[in-house]
Design a protein. Structure first.
Length: 276
């Protein structure tokens, strides 16, 4: 089955072009955290498929290796009138979204950009060795997880990412429409794909540099008030997405109704299929 024919891709496009008209956050990891199974190739192929659907011209700068470069590119991207794509390769290795650095400034800033994704309509595709390597806040913000397989190489399994309403526990749900529960992606290295070559060259430059960490992170302590405010905003948006009123959400996050209205978007109901 081709990627564009799957329920996963239809869900992704509905989130961008449907009533919510937002972006999406996709995490690509590997079975058993294996290396060499095509995480970057898979992410690049998804980025190209999205760009074609969006009529968006990909640029080599859309393929980033560091949280700093990602955030800079995020700020440069079009506003809501034009859907777009950014790839952040090796998110945890770049120091951004790393579970071990969950309170770092880079993670706070990356989390904020993911919260505001709908305002920019950016589809972010990021790779890392394993799902658990990502900061738990980044996993909560994610919309999809793509799990690349060790055998056969060149396939992935897509999952929806959800969270429980009361505790915010992150869960993944598989799709039922995919034959043998896997979707193929092309071998871009073999086809001399220019975008795959661009991110590969950036990786080679990083390996040849004095700094293996693409961000050259400093372990500055984040502003606790800023972190708490970001978390409240994320909690409030999830509650609104569940259909709660601003009054109900305000009670949950212990903020005013005006604050909820200012920092969250109104949930857009999805159309329900008609009864037969």
């Amino acid at each position: 089955m081709h990627l564009r024919e799957t329920e996963f891709f239809n869900d992704l496009m509905h989130g961008v072009f449907g009533p919510r008209r937002g972006g999406a956050r996709i995490i690509v990891d590997a079975e058993n955290a294996a290396t060499g199974v095509g995480k970057t190739t898979c992410a690049t192929a998804i980025a190209q498929a999205c760009a074609k659907a969006f009529d968006y011209d990909l640029h080599p700068d859309d393929f980033t290796l560091s949280g700093e470069a990602y955030l800079e590119r995020w700020r440069e991207h079009p506003d809501a009138h034009q859907p777009s794509v950014i790839l952040l390769d090796e998110m945890s290795g770049a120091g951004a979204g790393d579970a071990r650095r969950s309170m770092s400034n880079k993670n706070v800033n990356l989390g904020r950009s993911w919260q505001l994704m709908r305002k920019k309509r950016i589809v972010t595709i990021t790779t890392l060795p394993h799902w658990s390597d990502a900061d738990v806040r980044m996993r909560r913000f994610a919309d999809y997880r793509l799990w690349t397989l060790k055998r056969p190489i060149g396939y992935f399994r897509p999952y929806k990412v959800t969270s429980t309403f009361d505790r915010g526990d992150v869960r993944t749900e598989s799709y039922d429409d995919i034959p043998r529960n896997r979707i193929p992606f092309p071998n871009l290295d073999r086809h001399d794909d220019p975008y795959f070559e661009a991110v590969t060259e950036k990786k080679d430059e990083l390996l040849d540099s004095e700094h293996f960490d693409a961000d050259e992170l400093t372990e500055d302590e984040p502003d606790p008030e800023e972190v708490e405010r970001d978390q409240k905003q994320a909690d409030a948006q999830r509650a609104r997405d569940k259909g709660l009123s601003t009054r109900e959400v305000a009670d949950i996050v212990d903020m005013s109704q005006s604050w909820v209205s200012k920092y969250t978007d109104e949930s857009q109901p999805t159309e329900q299929p008609a009864d037969d």
